[in-house]
Ligand binder design. Sequence first.
Ligand code: HXC
Length: 508
Amino acid sequence: MKDILQELEDRRAVARLGGGARRIEAQHSKGKLTARERIELLLDEGSFEEFDMFVAHRCTDFGMEKERPAGDGVVTGWGTVNGRMVYVFSQDFTVMGGSVSETHGQKICKIMDMAMQNGAPIIGMDDSGGARIQEGVASLAAYGEVFQRNIMASGVVPQISLIMGPCAGGAVYSPAMTDFIFMVKDSSYMFVTGPDVVKTVTNEVVTAEELGGALTHTNKSSVADGAYENDVEALAETRRLIDFLPMSNRDRAPVRPFFDDPARVEMSLDTLIPDNPNQPYDMKELILKLADEADFFEIQAAFAGNILTGFIRLEGQTVGVVANQPTVLAGCLDIDSSRKAARFVRFCDAFEIPILTLVDVPGFLPGVGQEHAGVIKHGAKLLFAYGEATVPKVTVITRKAYGGAYVVMASKHLRADFNYAWPTAEIAVMGAKGATEIIHRGKSAEEIAALAAKYEDRFANPFVAAEKGFIDEVIMPHSTRRRVARAFASLRGKKLTTPWKKHDNIPL
Ligand code: HXC
């Protein structure tokens, strides 16, 4: 009996060594943790339960039958993050470069199926040379099976991808379909075709980092939602994000203990809006002052800075925040910000996370470039996302809400539940000068200036909209936290239905 138990221990020890000490050393020398070290840091201590530790590939080509490492290049299983269950897979680059074989894919599919069945998030740690070259089409099939599960799991359980090494070719499409992608600076990259192929086909010379590194994907392409300094930081931030999210669409987000008075008054907000309407101010200040303990988990912080997206808590409950940022492009909506916010709104709606919208938007960004790149379709994404969302929606207009952008930003007309405005709000079709020039075409500059002042007096305030009931209340800036927290509290029982449909056809 003792020998039998010992054999299990021995087999486990071999499996845990992955590709062996030399390759582990090579992994460490690149500043990367191993697959198992990553799992240890991601999950609560001692909570990891492994599946399929002894699974080995079945390939017999190219002499592969001689080397059949236990685990086949991916560590899978489940554990907890602050006591809440998650499923994980972590590709082991020390075993054949973490390449995906038929059996490697089956291991990932198994935990994805269990995650969907049991209602818990899937966190993938990607570090792989891609399709296992020796296995050919069997490897492509394995990817296809994973992709199909990414699609099935979308909107059912949160899916998070941590890119911690190479992720190239068609392999990128699995993380691309997950809800959040985080990358590690200088040690991860994602591209459909690498620098060598790019050079051959287009003659462009580019490094892997420039083509698809963490900064490229968080600043330029917006493929990734966050870039972190190293594996440890990426894993710690993922734990922080999981704390904001429900385990599945059958659950609500967790309610965390809070030590911040929901009725806290913030007198400084009364002077947040500058006297000059063209002067910017930092909307992040408002978000931090509204949030419990000033805790804001920002999504896509480095992309489309004219809109802010992320999670806060109010009375311990998760709220998704979308906010125009006047310090960037005066807070205008454009293609990038519309796409960024639309995807965020749809995530919140899929997982029953209420949405707080903070509005200071002078309109859509004008320009040939915007029009030719399809701002109509992309702007419509955000409009569509807000209009279809059935979660509790609370909107606060702090200053400008002009034109189409007024309607788009969770207005009353898109089924928002509470629409508040600060006394500094200006809600109108367009700015006073432009409006006057159109209505009074041909008048002299002095006359236009006088008429514009009149127009401004009449419309640059929240009261015309409040008279019509489009604004439910004009509120004091200093009491915004209390008003918003009470609004969400009153909406906890919200139920809203939409006409039956197979699915909608959001403009893509
Ligand atoms: C089998 C692989 C492998 C692969 C790496 N290895 N990629 N084995 N299939 N795809 C093995 C190597 O042979 C090596 O084995 C070990 O992993 C580490 O690889 P190195 O090359 O030494 O590491 P490094 O120098 O860090 O380079 C990493 C790399 C490079 C850039 C990822 O390995 C590479 O270019 N690999 C091939 C990538 C590729 O072309 N993949 C197929 C893409 S097509 P030893 O025994 O020496 O340790 C694809 C399609 C997916 O993925 C489609 C889905 C629909």
